[in-house]
Write a protein that binds this ligand. Structure first.
Ligand code: SAM
Length: 202
């Protein structure tokens, strides 16, 4: 599966240069901010090469990494194996199908750097809702809607094209339409925010 797949979300290619580590020096801090806790069942949706997945595995009871690109899942598998993490499943598939791809309902679905490319946001947020336990959380980490030329990392403009970037209000409206409620909005410097949603219990 490559970026040419019709299922591939626009502008969500994993970076090839080494700037991801410069942008995300503290993935565990981001996860703590969005509320990951020991004992949780977590889905890392659009998990890429596992930069966040590894830190999830260090905290959660279990994590399912879902990505449409099996080659990236292999990179993630090696990353977690090298660190001795054995509490992760790696599942190749389309994010819309997460409720059937994940083995169990989740306490937390984490989705970083991918929601901006989802063409059918209602379908995605409804699918996340179906994959969550009652009172489960959906945490979305998104680029702020700043012009791409302003979001420089290691001296170069980085990230998805300007037109794809979503405000926190746009993200919230799209996800609440799927039956989730926003509980928190967190600043994630230098260029991101995290919005956290809950599946209502009733
Ligand atoms: C920019 S990367 C971010 C990876 C990881 N979340 C992170 O922040 O380090 C986005 C990922 O979304 C994946 N992706 C794109 N379309 C997808 C789809 N339809 N279903 C599942 N994953 C998809 C890509 O393969 C890529 O690994």
């Amino acid at each position: 599966m490559t970026a040419r797949s019709p299922l591939f979300f626009e502008g969500t290619e994993m970076p090839t240069a080494g700037w991801w580590e410069a942008l995300w020096p503290d993935p565990a801090g981001v996860l703590a901010a969005v509320g990951i806790r020991p004992g949780m069942e977590v889905i890392d949706l659009c998990s890429g090469d596992g930069w966040f997945t590894l830190q999830i595995a260090k905290i959660a009871r279990h994590v399912t990494a879902i990505d449409i690109d099996p080659a990236l899942l292999e990179v993630a598998r090696h990353r977690l194996n090298d660190s001795g993490a054995a509490n992760c499943d790696f599942v190749a598939g389309d994010a819309y199908e997460l409720a059937t791809l994940a083995p169990r309902p989740a306490d937390l679905v984490f989705m970083a750097n991918a929601f901006h490319g989802v063409p059918n946001r209602l379908r995605l947020s409804s699918a996340v809702r179906a994959a969550l336990k009652p009172a489960g959380r959906f945490a979305v980490v998104n680029w702020h809607p700043r012009p791409r030329e302003e979001t420089k990392i290691l001296g170069e403009p980085r990230g998805p094209k300007t037109e794809l970037r979503m405000s926190a209000d746009e993200t919230t409206a799209a996800i609440e339409a799927g039956g989730l409620e926003r509980t928190r909005l967190i600043e994630v410097p230098p260029y991101h925010y995290a919005a956290v949603f809950v599946r209502p219990s009733a």
